[in-house]
Design a protein around this ligand. Structure first.
Ligand SMILES: Cc1ncc(COP(=O)(O)O)c(C=O)c1O
Length: 434
């Protein structure tokens, strides 16, 4: 570590404070210089094992060779003719591929945007046009983005909503089960029945189903704390939507591309959504999102009504086509299950040692640990969570929190992580649980 590197870090940290608004948070204050697989180096040559994966963007890891080659090849051809000015093959091929690999045997189409929030907004646009209805239903603890419409659909007032209103009208948040926090005297089955009943009552007490264009659900809640709904609940929601002509949208932005051990998380629930929003790991770090699903819904808008200047950028499409090859070639679904199990095993070792480890839950490699005061009172322990994450960062492990009460640690490590990287990461994790 040389003095000049150290002062460069400090200089950039100071400039960041001066020139970049504090509204963008930073989990780690060091300056990245290179990254590969599940490892990032900073400009002072410190190494970080990445269990955050740019918030679920890097299922195929940092700078996968196949992705960078596809990107370079595309960069040498052209950067962006603008799909609505002159078409290019990458967009069309990616639409075809997504239609092939997504659930559902009906006629499908796919359309691309830049961010997750933009995909969710556009899923709402087409659902509204298709149904002729206005209302949108999301779920308590859900997260769908930071634009005005998606903020309205999102829970967690602070930091996502406070002072940023007014929000768009006709957005309603329905109940969503949270088994760890069910009343202790209720059995799991009775609790699930109860929440299904509450969900149905919501359409009596809060919004009439015949006014609802779409229900947007994360198959596993991401920012909400990796809350995995019971299969029966997801199926009840899907059936309710069918019965009432409501478009069922699965927001797979954080859960997609093998994170949960299946290509898409909704496949765990034996439910076929009408539309699916995708982003994050779709393009391995390049800004790209999309909607894939029923052609009769997506094709409802007329020319010019959908799209955007950069939507479906060819470089991002090239990366996404490479990602879709990689997930198959490297069997990332199976890898997710193995990785998730290894993280779970380590967490159970920590559970045995620390009374503040409340619950460990996972679907594939979407693993979370809930930190509480003690197992008896289950009180969310945000301070301890922050302490663990801070310690991990100081020791070279990038970790993220989640949950309405900030007391959940979530694991979004690249699915291609090597045994060596994983062992290093888990050792730091263990040291951080003090
Ligand atoms: C489920 C889900 N939907 C939507 C979004 C918003 O995506 P973006 O930040 O790209 O707008 C996110 C981002 O974390 C997400 O996890």
């Amino acid at each position: 570590m040389t003095q000049s590197y150290l002062s460069k870090t400090k200089e950039l940290q100071d400039k960041r404070l001066k020139y970049v608004p504090k509204g963008v948070s930073n989990g780690n204050l060091n300056i990245a210089s290179s990254a590969k697989g599940a490892t990032i180096l900073d400009i002072d040559h410190n190494e970080y094992i990445d269990f955050a994966g740019a918030i679920g963007t890097l299922n195929v890891g940092h700078s996968h060779k196949k992705v960078t080659e596809a990107v370079k090849e595309q960069v040498d051809k052209f950067l962006h003719p603008g799909f609505n000015v002159m078409m290019y093959q990458g967009y069309i091929s990616l639409a075809e591929k997504l239609c092939e690999i997504s659930p559902g045997s009906f006629d499908k189409q796919a359309i691309f945007f830049n961010s997750g929030a933009e995909a969710v907004e556009n899923a709402i646009k087409v659902s509204r046009r298709f149904t002729g209805r206005q209302a949108v239903v999301s779920f308590v603890r859900g997260y769908h983005g930071r634009t005005n419409l998606t903020m309205g659909m999102t829970s967690k007032v602070k930091p996502y909503k406070l002072g940023f209103g007014p929000f768009a009208p006709e957005i309603y948040q329905a109940p969503f089960p949270y088994l760890y926090r069910k009343p202790s005297e209720m059995s799991d089955e009775a609790y699930i029945d109860h929440v299904i009943e509450e969900f149905k009552d919501f359409f009596i007490a809060t919004v009439a189903p015949e006014t609802v264009a779409c229900v947007v659900m994360e198959p596993v809640q991401g920012e909400g704390g990796f809350v995995i709904p019971p299969k029966r609940f997801v199926q009840a929601v899907s059936e309710f939507c069918k019965e009432h002509g409501i478009v069922f949208v699965a927001d797979e932005i954080q859960t997609g591309f093998c994170r949960t051990g299946k290509l898409f998380a909704i496949e765990h629930f034996d439910v076929v959504p009408d539309l699916m929003t995708v982003s994050k790991s779709l393009a391995a770090g390049l800004p790209l999102s999309g909607i894939v699903g029923r052609a009769d819904i997506l094709n409802v808008a007329d020319p010019g009504e959908l799209g955007g200047t950069y939507a479906g950028n060819p470089v991002a499409c090239a990366a996404a086509l490479a990602v879709i090859d990689i997930v198959k070639e490297e069997n990332l679904s199976a890898k997710a299950e193995i990785l998730g199990q290894k993280i779970e095993d380590k967490l159970y070792e920590l559970y045995a040692k620390h009374e503040y480890v409340g619950e460990i839950r996972r679907l594939g490699a979407m693993v979370a640990v809930e930190i509480v005061e003690n197992r008896e009172n289950k009180k969310p322990n945000k301070a301890k969570t922050a302490e663990i994450i801070k310690k991990a960062n100081e020791n070279g492990l990038l970790l993220l929190s989640a949950g309405l009460k900030g007391n959940i640690i979530r694991f979004l490590a690249p699915l291609v992580i090597t045994d060596e990287e994983l062992a290093k990461g888990l050792a730091i994790l263990e040291k951080s649980f003090i």
